[in-house]
Design a protein around this ligand. Structure first.
Ligand SMILES: C[S@@+](CC[C@H](N)C(=O)[O-])C[C@H]1O[C@@H](n2cnc3c(N)ncnc32)[C@H](O)[C@@H]1O
Length: 185
């Protein structure tokens, strides 16, 4: 039985820098695989939001694949946002990062064509409250694509939305497959 919910200490201070090292150096293949999946799904010139972006490695990889996208990251941890801002600085104005909670996103209605999230859902304290908020900032016809471990509370999000589930193989031996969960507006 897995416990869900945020672990603020794991994502603050030196732990945010340690996480950055692990994500960039040890798990880079995972983010390359996910970014390719997102790049295949994103409409031309889309505005993309990455929820719980952490150090923003998924957005870094996405930026390399699709020069036409506008990229936004949001995360509860100000330290993670600082790390992500540094990682995404070479992208200039097309990539921005902000502090925010998935249950109260700091964006106007219908701001994004595609919302993504990786390895964050199992840290959300209130996944049911996230569903209407994700729907609010999504443009009509948009999609929400969430990648996480099988034990993440996908069922709670699904209960509040119309959803499909699939799998994405990441190609990393100790990280063989993540669940992909798609909500359509
Ligand atoms: C395991 S990290 C994943 C980071 C990044 N998406 C990745 O794949 O490397 C989980 C992140 O989710 C963030 N987080 C947890 N609860 C959140 C919430 N309610 N709203 C926004 N971000 C949240 C944490 O601060 C942390 O940076």
């Amino acid at each position: 039985m897995h416990r869900h919910g945020n672990i603020p200490k794991a994502f603050e201070g030196r732990n945010s820098r340690l996480y950055n090292f692990v994500a960039k150096r040890l798990l880079r293949r995972v983010y390359r695989r996910l970014a390719q999946d997102v790049a295949n799904l994103a409409p031309e010139k889309a505005s993309i939001l990455d929820v719980g972006t952490g150090p923003g490695v998924l957005l870094m990889e996405l930026a390399q694949r699709r020069a036409d996208l506008r990229l936004t990251g949001v995360d509860l941890s100000a330290d993670m946002v600082a790390v992500a801002a540094k990682n995404l600085a070479p992208q200039g104005e097309r990539a921005t990062v902000r502090v925010g909670d998935v249950t109260g996103l700091p964006f106007p209605d219908a701001s994004f064509d595609l919302i993504v999230s990786s390895l964050s859902l199992h840290h959300w304290d209130d996944p049911e409250a996230a569903a209407p908020e994700l729907a609010r900032v999504l443009r009509p016809g948009g999609r929400v694509v969430i990648y996480d471990f099988r034990f993440a509370p996908f069922d709670k999000l699904a209960a509040a939305s119309r959803a499909e589930r699939g799998a994405v193989a990441t190609g990393v031996p100790f990280f063989p497959k993540l669940t992909r969960f798609v909500l359509s507006s």
